[in-house]
Design a protein around this ligand. Structure first.
Ligand SMILES: [Zn+2]
Length: 104
């Protein structure tokens, strides 16, 4: 598995979690009393979770040096094809993930 594949897998996991959360909130909101304050709370909750899921793409740690890959992690995980490198240790995203991270 390359670092690029690792980043894609991480972002797919976040997307799945965010989708599952929205599904649950949607169902719960359907049963909640029709009070404006409660609807605002749900709206804020959804906004916060989506922002956190989006932000987490910028905080994916480099599997080589462990530091956040920042915008590189974001661009690779959303599918940009260019040859990117970790901003901290300069490892290419197209080489294999170091062994200690591939064991699951
Ligand atoms: Zn690194």
């Amino acid at each position: 598995m390359t670092i690029r594949q690792y980043l894609r897998r991480r972002s797919e996991r976040y997307a799945t979690l965010a989708f599952a959360f929205l599904l649950v909130v949607g169902v719960v909101a359907g049963y909640a009393p029709r009070i404006l304050a409660i609807r605002i709370v749900f709206a804020v909750l959804v906004g916060v979770v989506l922002a956190a899921a989006f932000w987490s793409l910028f905080e994916i740690p480099c599997p080589n040096c462990g530091k956040s890959m920042g915008s590189i992690g974001f661009w690779v995980s959303v599918g940009r094809k260019s040859a990117e490198r970790c901003p901290h240790c300069d490892i290419s995203v197209d080489i294999a993930v170091p062994n200690r991270e591939t064991k699951k």
